[in-house]
Design a protein around this ligand. Structure first.
Ligand code: SAJ
Length: 406
């Protein structure tokens, strides 16, 4: 039996996927409300194909509980935030989950960490716990790291088709874990050691963060000298070995904007490029504010309550607001006592900020400047409604005349 610990954005789809492929699965989460919702067979976030997968898993007998189980294999998918002060990984959830596992597990159990962790996290925080609980590592308890690689919005598809990396202390355990993932994963599964698996996952996201920072820096350079950054990136990307990503209002989500900090925290003297990239991406909400200021000046507008931010999530077509550039922009404005900017997101159904709208038409009728922070399909389906608005398109998704860009 497999006990999946942490039923959030990664743990839930993984648990459902295993169960719907015939593996006996119990999902455990400390959040009682969440477990109650899952017990009623309700999905806890929006994701393409998640409901269908849920139904299949339920008919195959998946269970949800607050209790840790006595299982053969544990998959740990708890959050791994970083400490705000020194940027090092905060292992508190990982440590408490592992302790709870070690209190109930039997000999020969395999603990697979899926959460993204900085290199040597397992050495520093997990291995000592195994000893403390009186187990012998590699004999009584086995550890592995199988970092996830799921892109929100395409999670289910990517769970099946993405290649994976599995780090383990021995070939046997590596093979055993590989076999488990092969129950649903059609991508290649590469085996390596634990530290390499930890590091490779963190640098995948760091690579993307740096590439986006480059695009964002280009956007600022092009703005100063009136060049079209999108056209320039398009032209440069014609080169077979160049692939520059797109500028935007900032990098959000719980992955790309978080993982590079682990490296900065652990190797402060060696991470100049990585730190600079983080700073550039974090500066983008401020750049957006500067662009709004220019628009207001050019059009003689003074009332900031007539500005509307479209999109509050960290990217298009998901309902996830973690580290979202829109939320950061609103907090920058709040810090400058600039209250009253309006916000709307078709994916957000509960109130998160003041002046938030739940009706698109009312939102539009109460604003003069529309700032597109997220390019949801919803907006593209309603372009006819925004034709007469003054628009700042930070995502380059609209092709109307007279639109302001980054
Ligand atoms: N973004 C840009 N410009 C771009 C691409 C993205 O500004 O050209 C922004 C997005 O708007 C968003 C942020 O970057 O705010 C991150 O979005 P994303 O779609 O690039 O990635 P995530 O955070 O949703 O998922 C990433 C993925 N990692 C990589 O692509 C290397 C995913 O495969 C990982 O599984 C996930 O992080 C994770 O869990 O680590």
């Amino acid at each position: 039996m497999v006990n999946v610990i942490g039923l959030g954005y990664i743990g839930l789809p993984t648990a459902l996927m295993l169960a719907s492929h015939g593996v006996e699965v119990v999902g455990t989460d400390k959040n009682e409300m969440l477990v109650n919702q899952l017990k009623k067979h309700q999905v806890t976030f929006t994701e393409t194909g998640l409901e269908e997968l849920f139904n299949q898993a339920v008919s195959n007998g998946i269970c949800f509980t607050n209790e840790y189980q006595q299982a053969d294999i544990y998959i740990v998918a708890v959050p791994t935030p970083f400490h705000k002060e020194d940027k090092k990984l905060d292992s508190k959830y990982l440590v408490s989950a592992t302790k709870s596992i070690l209190e109930v597990c039997k000999k020969d159990a395999v603990i697979i960490i899926e959460s993204t962790i900085s290199p040597r996290t397992i050495d520093k925080y997990i291995r000592p716990l195994v000893d403390l609980h009186g187990f012998t590592l590699g004999k009584d308890i086995h550890l592995a790291h199988a970092p996830e690689r799921l892109l929100p919005g395409k999670m289910i598809d990517e769970l099946v088709y993405n290649p994976r990396t599995i780090g383990a202390d021995s070939k046997e355990i590596g093979q055993l874990v590989k076999k488990l993932y092969q129950s649903f994963c059609k991508g290649d599964i590469l085996l390596t050691d634990i530290k390499s698996a930890e590091m490779s996952k963190v640098i995948e996201n760091t690579y993307r963060d740096i590439n986006i920072a480059f695009a964002n820096e280009l956007a600022k350079i092009c703005r100063r000298d009136e060049m079209d950054v999108y056209e320039i990136i398009r032209l440069a990307n014609m080169h077979p070995r160049v692939n520059i990503l797109q500028p935007g209002p900032g990098v959000g989500g719980h992955c790309i904007s978080v993982d590079p900090w682990f490296l900065v925290g652990d190797y402060p003297d060696l991470t100049n490029l990585i730190l600079t990239a983080r700073k550039i991406n974090d500066s983008m909400p401020k750049h957006v504010l500067g662009r709004i200021r220019v628009m207001m000046k050019e059009h003689g507008l003074k009332d900031i309550t007539r500005i509307g931010l479209y999109g509050m999530t960290y990217k298009e077509n998901v309902d996830d607001i973690r580290e979202s550039p829109t939320m950061k922009l609103l907090s920058v404005m709040d810090n400058h006592l600039a209250f009253g900017v309006k916000a709307y997101d078709p994916f957000i159904v509960s109130r998160l900020v003041d002046n938030q709208y739940f009706d698109f038409d009312r939102f539009l009728s109460d604003i003069d400047i529309l700032v597109v922070m997220v390019g949801h399909d919803h907006l593209l389906d309603h372009v006819d409604k925004i034709k007469d608005k003054l628009i700042l398109d930070t995502r380059h998704v609209l092709d109307q005349e007279g639109i302001y860009q980054l």
